[in-house]
Write a protein that binds this ligand. Structure first.
Ligand code: FMN
Length: 335
């Protein structure tokens, strides 16, 4: 309810803009696009591209919409979102509720010539058996309307989805999507969003596939089905993907490892448990070129974006970096 209400409020256009003059140290160019700052909205909030412009006014450097599926679907039955207040976390079992790719394409077309970098996160319908067909269709319809596309094979609430992360299945899926991307006059960069619940062998395999298929980037990570030690809240036993503060350590560890196994050659978007500028900075030092937020906005509101940007700029300067790019992966270089 809180989610729908906040979308409705943003739709009114009456939410005051938080957009200020951006700090030039935060600017970064990636995939030929200039990001005025590296803080993005993670997938799952603006599922249908209804409020992207209002979100840019809140100060995001980019917005990822979706997950979108070919057919509209309701998702799992309610309640499907549980707050773990004491842990500043949530567990969700949404199951890709969204209006479907045709409606999303209409919404994206409506705002087509406006500013703002929009990524489109692609998933499959719950009942689809030939999985790659869903992603292939979406690529053709949504690819021309997106600044980057994401193959999401890491949400825990669609049965069988995470199994698509295994080496040969993944390679096959990416190649089929790329085949369709090649049919477009302009190809957006193609990224893959991965789970934090992968072992070293899985990570190595994903890195190999990413290199072989020349993926443009990885989003690290989605929510976890594990329950990190020390959770206090009553709701910790609910089924679903955990996000927010308790995910920070795990998702940053995976980010660090994937940066290492890909030798820093593939741009990474770091996501999972970020609330402060210091945590955003840690992700960047661990190897992220961009970062994303979701759960912190539930607990701290949109004003957190401005605070994170301010602190990130301050920390970069404190450590003698001239620009954000110089800090990416700094932990691996000993600087
Ligand atoms: C309510 C909710 C819905 C989400 N839906 C999606 C989704 O549809 N697709 C996706 O790739 N990630 C989804 N996510 C995961 C987020 O994009 C993000 O990867 C994760 O929450 C970790 O970031 P955070 O700790 O900043 O929230 C969702 C997260 C939440 C909390």
């Amino acid at each position: 309810m809180a989610h729908n209400l906040s979308i409705a409020v943003l739709k009114t256009g009456l939410v005051p803009s938080q957009k200020r003059l951006e700090d030039p140290i935060l600017e970064i160019t990636l995939w030929g696009m200039k990001f005025s700052n590296p803080i993005g909205l993670a997938a799952g909030y603006d599922k249908n591209a209804e409020v992207s412009d209002a979100l840019f006014k809140q100060g995001f450097g980019f917005v990822e919409i979706g997950t979108v599926t070919p057919q509209p679907q309701h998702g799992n039955s309610k309640p499907r979102l549980f707050r773990l207040i004491e842990d500043e976390a949530v567990i969700n079992q949404m199951g890709f509720n969204n209006s479907g790719m045709c409606q999303v394409a209409k919404n994206l077309t409506r705002r087509r010539n406006r500013d703002g970098i929009i990524g489109v996160n692609l998933g499959k319908n719950k009942t689809t058996e030939n999985v790659s067909i869903d992603y292939e269709k979406e690529t053709l319809i949504l690819g021309p309307l997106s600044d980057y596309l994401v193959i999401n094979v890491s949400s825990p609430n669609t049965p069988g989805l995470r199994a698509l992360q295994s080496r040969f299945t993944l390679e096959n899926l990416i190649e089929k999507v790329q085949h369709n991307l090649n049919k477009l006059t302009q190809q957006p960069p193609l990224l893959l969003k991965i789970s934090p619940d992968l072992n070293d062998k899985d990570l190595y395999d994903i890195a190999e596939v990413a290199k072989k298929t020349k993926l443009d980037g990885l989003i690290v990570t989605n929510t976890t089905i594990t329950r990190p030690y020390g959770l206090h809240s009553f709701n910790k036993t609910k089924t679903g993907g955990l996000s927010g503060a308790p995910l920070f350590e795990l998702s940053t560890k995976i980010l660090r490892e994937i940066y290492s196994v890909t030798n820093g050659c593939i741009p990474l978007i770091g996501v999972g448990g970020i609330t402060t500028g210091a945590q955003a900075y840690s992700k960047i030092r661990a190897g992220a070129s961009l970062i994303q937020l979701y759960t912190t906005l539930i607990y701290h509101g949109m004003s957190q974006i401005t605070k994170i940007k301010y602190d990130l700029g301050r920390l970069l300067r404190r450590d003698g970096f001239q620009k954000l790019t110089d800090a990416i992966g700094a932990d691996h270089k000993g600087s």
